[in-house]
Design a protein around this ligand. Sequence first.
Ligand SMILES: Cc1ncc(COP(=O)(O)O)c(C=O)c1O
Ligand SMILES: N[C@@H](CCCC[NH3+])C(=O)O
Length: 412
Amino acid sequence: MQDFHYQEQQLMAEQCRLDSIADQFGTPCYVYSLAHIRRQYQAYADALGSRGMVCYAVKANSNIAVLQQLAKLGSGFDIVSEGELERVLAAGGDAEKIVFSGVGKKPHEMRRALEVGIHCFNVESEAELDVLAQVAEEMGKTAAVSLRVNPDVDAKTHPYISTGLKENKFGIDIKRAPEVYKRAAAKPSLKVAGIDCHIGSQLTELAPFIDALDRLLQLVDKLEALGIELEHMDLGGGLGVNYQGEQPPAIAELVEAVIEKTAGRKEQLVFEPGRSIVANAGILLTRVDYLKPTEHKNFAIIDAAMNDNIRPSLYQAWQQVLPVAERHEETLEWDLVGPVCETGDFMAKQRQLALTEGDLLAVMSAGAYGFTMSSNYNSRPRAAEILVDGDTAHLVRKRETIAELLAQEQLL
Ligand SMILES: Cc1ncc(COP(=O)(O)O)c(C=O)c1O
Ligand SMILES: N[C@@H](CCCC[NH3+])C(=O)O
C-alpha cells in the first residue's frame, strides 16, 4: 500500500492489508484505526488533566465499538438524541459523564436522560428550559442545566457547519442569557450547573475559540455578580482536521490556550470534540467498478456513493482519494462518481490517478460524519464498519442486507 497521508499511516503500520479487508468484508466499507482514535482522545485528556472532562461528540462516529473503546479510556459523551444516549449506555459509557445538546429535545428524551442520571442538559432555548423543568418536576428529580449561549462569533467555516452566529438556530442570545439564568435559578427542579457554547465545526484557527471564550468569561463574571455560580464551562467541539493541507491548531495547543485563559477560575472545563478524534482515523474503502472515458471527462464509477459519504455532495467537501495498490502507469484526470441516480453523486472531482477497473481506492479522512450521515437512498444497504486494532480487523457493524431493509416495512 502506498503513502497514506495523515494519520491513516497507522492502518499500514498495523499491518492490516486493506485488500484483504476488502476481500473479506466487501466494498464499500469503512475502516477505522483504533490506535489513532486512542491517541487523539488521549491528547485531549492529557492536556486537560484534572481541569476537566472530554465529552466525545457521538454524532461524528457513533459505532458502538468506537464508543466502547472511548468509554474504556474514561471518555464522557456529548449526545443529541435518545438514540445516541442508548448507544452510549450500550457501549458501557458512564451516564454521569454525558452532556445532552441539541435544539429539539423531546420530553421523552429528557425523561430517559433524567432516569439514567446524565451530567447535564445543554439547554438551547427558554421554551426548552420550561419543558425540562416540568419533566424533572413530574419525576421528582433535579435536572442539571447549562445554557448554550450563542456568542455571535464568526467561526470562519462552511456556512452549513457554522453554529455560533446570531443568524444560526443554536443557543441563547448571549445578551439575554443573564435573564434566562435567573429564570433557571428560580426553578426548584433545575440546578444551574454550567455554561456552554459551540461555534461551529472544522475550525482551523484558534482565534474564534478564544473570542467565544472571552465573551463567555464576561458572562460568567456577570452571573457571579448576580449570585449565580457555575461548576463548569463547556467550550463545545469544532477543532478541524487536515483534509487538504489545512493546518488547524494541535489539540494540546487549543486545550492549553483555554486552560491559560481560565487560570485561577474554579469551574471545570468540558470539551465536546468529534471530528478531531475520529476523522483521520478512518477511510472509506471502495472499488472501481467501471471506467467511462468520454470526450469531455473521464468518469470512474466507484461502488461508494453519496448515500455512503454525503460530505462531498452536501458541503463540496474535499477528501483525498488514494489507490490502495501503487500503480506506475500514466495518470489521467478522473471524476470519481457513485452509482446513485443524482448528478450530485460524486466522491471526488478532477483527480489525477492511474486507474483500472477493479482497483481499490481509499477515501481518506472519512472517520467523522461518514457512516453516521449515510442513508439507504436508492435502497442501497449501508456499508460495513471495521475497526483495526493492531493486526486484527474486527467487523464492528455488518453490511446491511436487502432482506433486513425490506423487513422494516409493511404491505397494506
Ligand atoms: C453541540 C456540539 N458539540 C460538539 C460538536 C462536535 O463538533 P466537531 O465534530 O466539529 O468537533 C458539534 C458538531 O458540530 C455540536 O453541534
Ligand atoms: N456533518 C458536518 C459536521 C457537522 C457538525 C455537527 N454539528 C461535516 O461533515 O463536516
